[in-house]
Design a protein around this ligand. Structure first.
Ligand SMILES: Nc1ncnc2c1ncn2[C@@H]1O[C@H](COP(=O)(O)OP(=O)(O)OP(=O)(O)O)[C@@H](O)[C@H]1O
Length: 233
């Protein structure tokens, strides 16, 4: 569903991404780890065609993002670190507005159901977003993914700043999205969450994929050791 083929991006003499190859199938949760500046956000931005590659391609269900950005984006829901929502509108109204922009044809009941499945109560969904916690705002993003029946979910450090309980709840929502068949790519600095939530983990260093592993095959402590070895080595 999500595939990077020889994906390369440079900024002047700085190679932000160097020949990245990555495949994420339906139902997979791929967690991308790496130090600041390793190339995680660049990878996500290339799938979203917010930027264009120097060479290689970012494919979404076989559609090349750079060549057909609108078609590729139709299949993607993107949840950044801080989701931009209209503070004076309720969670429901935000979802209604953004899903309308995305061309989703859903009834008010279906949108409310999406918000409830994303973990908001029906009462919370009718409150202005200005009073939401970060965790509640992220749930509106998940509701958007549910309403769109998204095939690919891209997340950039979605749990940074969430308390452990909210982070755990968010991880459960991601597992539910993967059970619906979404391919999920999440950039994160949270090794614990990557091991708990991810099906696969990639460690990036200086624009390259330095290591890749199945999360089932590695313990928390080994993941930390491997991560530090790559980052410091
Ligand atoms: N618009 C830009 N102009 C110039 N250089 C950029 C730009 N965007 C990213 N870079 C550079 O590309 C490299 C990769 O950055 P990127 O944001 O992808 O890293 P990251 O792994 O997401 O880091 P972080 O964990 O801090 O979010 C860095 O060296 C960064 O300085």
């Amino acid at each position: 569903m999500l595939e990077a083929r020889g994906l390369t991006k440079t900024y002047g003499s700085n190679t932000a991404l160097d020949q990245l190859n990555l495949t994420i199938g339906p139902g997979e949760v791929y967690c991308l780890l790496g130090a600041n500046g390793a190339g995680k956000t660049t990878t996500i931005n290339l799938f979203l065609s917010f930027i264009t590659p120097d060479s290689g391609s970012a494919l979404v269900n076989g559609i090349e993002s750079a060549a057909k950005p609108d078609e590729a984006r139709k299949l993607i829901t993107y949840i950044p670190e801080n989701l931009s929502l209209y503070p004076t509108l309720t969670g429901f109204e935000n979802l209604q507005y953004f899903s309308g922009l995305a061309g989703v044809k859903a009834s008010a009941d279906e949108l409310t159901q999406a918000l409830v499945q994303a973990g908001l109560t029906a009462d919370e969904a009718l409150r202005p977003v200005g009073g939401y916690s970060k965790g509640m705002r992220q749930k509106v993003g998940i509701a958007m993914a549910i309403a769109r029946d998204t095939r690919a979910l891209l997340l950039d450090e979605p749990t940074s700043g969430l308390d452990p309980s909210a982070s755990n709840e968010f991880a459960e929502l991601l597992s539910a999205m993967s059970a619906r068949g979404a391919a999920i790519l999440m950039a994160t600095h949270d090794l614990f969450r990557a091991k708990e939530t991810g099906t696969r983990i990639g460690i990036m260093k200086k624009g390259r994929l330095a290591d890749e592993m199945s999360s089932a095959e590695i313990s928390h402590s080994d993941l930390e050791s491997v991560y530090l070895k790559h980052i410091r080595g």
